[in-house]
Write a protein that binds this ligand. Sequence first.
Ligand SMILES: NC(=O)c1ccc[n+]([C@@H]2O[C@H](COP(=O)([O-])OP(=O)(O)OC[C@H]3O[C@@H](n4cnc5c(N)ncnc54)[C@H](O)[C@@H]3O)[C@@H](O)[C@H]2O)c1
Length: 313
Amino acid sequence: MYQVLVLGNVRPEGLDILRAFADLTILPEPAQKPDILACIGNMDAIFHKIGKVDRDIMARQKKLRIIARHGVGLDDLDLEAVREQGIPVSITADANSNAVAEATVGLLFSALRHLSRAEAMIKRDRRWNRESLAGRELKGLTVGIIGFGRIGELVATLLSGFGCRIVVHDADPAVTSRCGYPILSFEELMRTSDVISIHCPLVAATRHLIGEDALKLVKNDCIIVNTSRGGLIDKKALAAAAEEGRIGGAALDVFDKEPPDFDDAIFSCDNIVTTPHVAAMTVNAQTAMAVGAANEIRRVLVEGLPPTNNVLS
Ligand SMILES: NC(=O)c1ccc[n+]([C@@H]2O[C@H](COP(=O)([O-])OP(=O)(O)OC[C@H]3O[C@@H](n4cnc5c(N)ncnc54)[C@H](O)[C@@H]3O)[C@@H](O)[C@H]2O)c1
């Protein structure tokens, strides 16, 4: 039997595929580094949902043949250390895009129409004050999409139906040729958008992409939605802008540290809607990611083939 390390809570549909050819070591969330170090030398594959895989861990591995991501984000992996050892990393490319795109639209409406505050008013506070909940309609607004990849494009398609104007910024010039929406510079998009939705990866160049300087550019009623990665936004700068009325509000599904420090100022801002990284938390997406990642491991270990979605090739 092969040995597979499972990092995170994975649906049984994926684990059942693996159990047919492998013994599983399952480290539930959040996986601790000493526990990973203790077993990594014996592993043929990592099924990676959540947990840092750093250079120390890679140095300790002896026979690893694949790291299969349950999802698409690569920010938990030290890619340089993985690449140096020539180990493929697969992603489950389209398994969660629709779930995240739909959640993005939901979060946007929650922020525009103050739905979380409305719910809390009735259920928690037993109050009825409708005027304080006057919101805005999406129709006619300009929505700026940062990162026109799988999810960004889907969000643009879904939102187009609401009669808003979509504009796009992407670091990849090739996007221009396949994107039917106006392409703007980052600064132009920040200045002209009523809503900004972030869909780019977290890498060194994008850490705190939305920081103090970027927030100075936006309209003072702009709504910022982030279902990508928490590190893309400087949370202190965002909380200050929200508290001082320099932005209209924000909707955040992701945080620089998860679970976050609940004392962070963002959790005290009335105009910031927050959810605990649930954008891809649908049964459909979780099953598709679990099965997709397990099949990549089977392909490599059992069939001796390269993964179908190797991001390090
Ligand atoms: N909340 C969740 O549960 C969840 C689930 C899935 C994905 N995500 C996150 O969503 C993000 C997007 O995922 P995807 O599948 O659409 O990725 P993708 O790779 O298909 O698209 C990313 C796009 O961002 C662009 N980009 C890269 N750097 C940029 C920059 N500096 N400025 C503007 N654009 C830039 C790329 O060119 C690409 O077009 C990732 O950060 C991923 O980790 C979150």
